[in-house]
Design a protein around this ligand. Sequence first.
Ligand SMILES: *Cc1c(COP(=O)(O)O)cnc(C)c1O
Length: 331
Amino acid sequence: MSIATLPRIRLAELPTPLEELPRLSQALGGPRILFKRDDFTGLGLGGNKVRKLEFLLADAKKKGAEVIVSGAGPQSNHLRLVAAACKKLGLDVVLVMHGSEPEVRQGNFLLDQILDAKIIFTGSSDRSEVDLRINEVAEQLIKGGRRAYAIPRGGASPIGSLGYVHFVSELQSQLDQLKIRANHLICAVGSCGTLAGIRAGVMLSPVSYELCGITVSRPKAECKARIESLGDQIVHLLGHEGVTTATGVGWEVHDGYIGPGYGIPDERTWDAIRLLARTEGIFLDPVYTGKAAAGMIDLIRRGQFKSSDTLIFLHTGGSPAIFAHADKFTS
Ligand SMILES: *Cc1c(COP(=O)(O)O)cnc(C)c1O
């Protein structure tokens, strides 16, 4: 089955720009660096989740859904974009958040208020409990006679990941047009759906670059297992079983850049955010891309990438979360 025949609702402004960053390369004395600007996917201040929602909400609509339930934390980019997409499509939306209501309404949580999303707090700081509550809330709604559709944290399901299978061919036409042969694609890894989709995409149509994921939460082994399992399900969904064993595209996940923990930036994160802003006028985010860029910078400095290499860094969005850390920059 071709991905083009699967249900999809257009929500993203595509293709996103592919931008050369010569001043960053120069500052690092390192390889050629291009940013793939998925922070510019258009809807609701953009980000990688828009590509996933094109397939997830098409599936929801196909199944007759009228209310969407998903979950994560108050500064979740995923939830902000679920809410924005639901408003655009005229669907009701319930967001399940771990912990209790933050004292300050800032960043993504502020945007969720403006979007008038219904928000439920679990009262527990355990992030994985959110997954259970998403399903419970959806079941309650269904018992109450509503057609509810649950989206897992991060939209990390085989259907959501299709957005990043599609991404691979989009990026390839841009590279072909610019006659660029890339050696590495670097991206942040959270719920793993993005890298799983990209990996499935490059399994189906081989590319010149290897994949380099930088996890911001789960340990490397857990990420690799999730990415492989999601990847197999995606390939299955697309009816290409045979490919699973036949391809050997290089891919790696680094877990040395998580710092103090998920959602807690460290000095390397802030350094990366400042460097990108001050060399290229690009805003990273404190949870994902700041840490992934810190990882890329460290790997360049440690000689992991050759100066003759061409790197593509996938900017997955998230800059609204910077505003929840205003104190960091006001002293
Ligand atoms: C969710 C998110 C990621 C991680 O993507 P996954 O598919 O969850 O691995 C990276 N960057 C930003 C800004 C995100 O919001």
